[in-house]
Design a protein around this ligand. Sequence first.
Ligand SMILES: [Zn+2]
Length: 88
Amino acid sequence: MSKVGGTVVCPICGKAFAATSNNSKFCGPACKLENGRRYAREYERQARADGRCNPLNLKRPTYSIQEIGRAAQAAGMSYGDYVAKVGL
Ligand SMILES: [Zn+2]
């Protein structure tokens, strides 16, 4: 489905803007940059949380840290143990 011509809400600043392409996600370069910063920060945090620095983790954005943390707790494991065992 084409988004061109429609309105997209920027996930960073919450501003609505006109989509100029199908992958318009941010209202401008500043928010795109900010998203990159947040993503890098999140990745760093995750890498530290599971005690290793595996770039492959970047390709698995399906689970949030909170979700994994909850699942780990439910399984009676630490976050690191859980991630190592389940291979998320
Ligand atoms: Zn924005």
